[in-house]
Ligand binder design. Structure first.
Ligand code: XMP
Length: 516
């Protein structure tokens, strides 16, 4: 891999993604890794990320000069650039002129790194210190008002660096510089493609699983679907998927899993129809947290029972179910310190938790991938687009989108209203612009309306379209008025008991995305 050494700012993941966009595989390692640990991963190149420190600050992350002696091409970015300069005998000082944001840079000599760059370009910077003189043997490539040395290279030693952040979109030529480093500097080929990822994973899954049996919980979401499709491709009918229909899904979703996904992948599916069970468990309950707890608890029980049945069926044929598929993604791995997967499902929350007498080893074929890469792999595997591009949908489903008690009748109303909203948003081409659009039924609220000649006393439906990067914060999406008007007209005309549609114009914070 190309190793991206994380110096503690938020840039390392972005750099890793940009390297992968250049079709070269990358992994993130903490700056506390020793040079031996890094070299043990057989890196084909190393990128030192930016970071919040000054190289002179007490306790500033340190770069072992031995890293530059290993013969591995290195690209230093921002803090990584300064740390590299200092480690190799250049000077780093405070200029008194900090540069933040869009900063003009003059390219004095393109060299290999800035090949194809115009003499003047805008870059995105964020630094107080600057490199004042390059180490011996290095060519200075660029300068800016606050950075006497804004880029350098030593092509003989294959060492490169820039003061700016090539990984952010505000550095328009950043990706070009990164690719120059990867392709020219490090001599790497752009061959990390979804097809190759699939081929590698198929081999890895076969090696891990052998001829044992595997089980996977399907939710209908992207991650579990793509993970299942990959495992299916690798070991075919050794895999059994379990899908729990809790009756809180949106229109067409159960069919999407039961028909479209199975048709596309040929996966062996065990469907558990638990709709009645969930409804009776939720009867009379209005409190949001209580609803969530009940849904979570029932889900685990139903999944447990189904898993047990799969294990028993397999046992009857003399097989053992040893493995459980999880759709863990790379950001979860990096955030939890990059350790190897826990051997026991209990530490994982997306399936819930399984009883102690069911012990599985985990198969996590998406561990190395970011979400957009999972989508690309899914498309390549033939997973239906509606699943691959599905927006986030909460595990407790429509159960937390009915304010008040969840009943069969209310579910039917909400499902119909939600289907109309989704259909119109799709028709307007807005699916990839909005993060998600919860549709909420205010089950305990009624308002007066007039429909036809008569007075009505119906329920309001709330539209909650949001824009977000990661669901941690969000803004309400300014949907076009005509799209809102069509949705509102159709819902009030077509859905019984709904006589009013309202728009939620609250950002997060203070409002969460879901109403409950
Ligand atoms: P909130 O409402 O907390 O939601 O702003 C943030 C994101 O998480 C989703 N969400 C859930 N996803 N299980 C899930 O898998 C849950 O219990 C759950 N609750 C909220 C929500 O749809 C949004 O994308």
């Amino acid at each position: 891999p190309v190793l991206v050494v994380d110096f503690g700012a938020q840039y390392a993941q972005l750099i890793a993604r940009r390297v992968r966009e250049a079709k070269v595989y990358s992994e993130i390692v903490p700056h506390t890794s020793s040079v031996e640990q890094m070299l043990a991963k057989n890196p084909v190149a190393i990128i030192l990320s930016g970071g919040p420190s000054s190289v002179y600050a007490e306790g500033a992350p340190f770069v072992d000069p031995a890293l530059f002696e290993a013969g591995v091409p290195v690209f230093g970015i921002c803090y990584g650039f300064q740390a590299m300069a200092k480690a190799l005998g250049g000077t780093v000082e405070q200029t008194g002129l900090s540069e933040y944001g869009g900063t003009p840079v003059t390219v004095t000599r393109a060299g290999a790194l800035l090949d194809g760059s115009p003499d003047e370009q805008t870059t995105w910077m964020s630094h107080g210190d600057a490199v004042h003189s390059a180490p011996d043997g290095f060519e200075v490539l660029a300068t800016s008002a606050g950075s006497p040395v804004a880029a350098f290279e030593n092509t003989a030693r294959r060492l490169y660096g820039v003061q700016w952040h090539p990984e952010v979109k505000h550095s328009p030529l950043g990706q070009k510089a990164l690719e120059n480093f990867l392709y020219e500097g490090a001599g790497l080929a752009p061959d990390w493609t979804p097809g190759n990822v699939i081929a590698d994973q198929v081999d890895a899954i076969r090696a891990q699983v052998g001829d044992a049996r595997v089980i996977c919980g399907l939710s209908g979401g992207v991650d579990s679907s793509v993970a299942a499709a990959l495992v299916q491709k690798a070991v075919g009918d050794q895999l059994t998927c379990v899908f729990v229909d809790h009756g809180l899904l949106r229109e067409g979703e159960a069919e999407q899993v039961e028909q479209d996904f199975v048709d596309a992948t040929g996966v062996q599916l065990k469907v558990v129809d638990a709709r009645a069970r969930f409804l009776s468990a939720l009867a009379g309950v209005s409190d949001p947290e209580t609803k969530r707890k009940i849904i979570g608890r029932e889900f685990i029980r139903v999944f447990e029972d189904a898993a047990r049945e799969v294990v028993e069926d397999a046992g009857a044929h003399g097989d053992e179910v040893k493995f459980l598929v999880q759709g863990t993604l790379y950001p979860d791995v990096v955030e939890s310190g990059g350790g190897e997967g826990a051997a026991n499902i209990k530490s994982h929350h997306n399936v819930g938790g399984l009883p102690d007498d069911l012990q599985f080893s985990l198969v996590e074929p998406l561990r190395a991938l970011f979400k957009d890469e999972v989508r690309a792999v899914g498309l390549e595997l033939g997973v239906p687009e509606v699943i691959v591009w599905r927006q986030p949908f909460p595990g407790p489903g429509l159960g937390i989108r009915i304010v008040g008690e969840v009943t069969a009748e209310r579910l039917e109303i909400l499902r119909a209203a939600d289907a109309i909203a989704r259909e119109e948003l799709t028709r307007a081409g807005l699916d990839r612009e909005i993060w998600q659009c919860p549709v909420v039924l205010l089950g305990d609220v009624r308002s007066v309306g007039v429909q036809g000649d008569g007075r009505t006393y119906g329920h309001p439906i709330v539209l909650r379209p949001v824009s977000s990067e990661d669901a941690m914060t969000a803004d309400w999406t300014r949907l076009p008025y005509d799209v809102l008007a069509t949705i509102s007209t159709r819902i009030t005309n077509e859905v019984k008991d709904v006589n009013r549609v309202v728009l939620d114009v609250t950002s997060k914070p203070p409002g969460t995305i879901e109403w409950e």
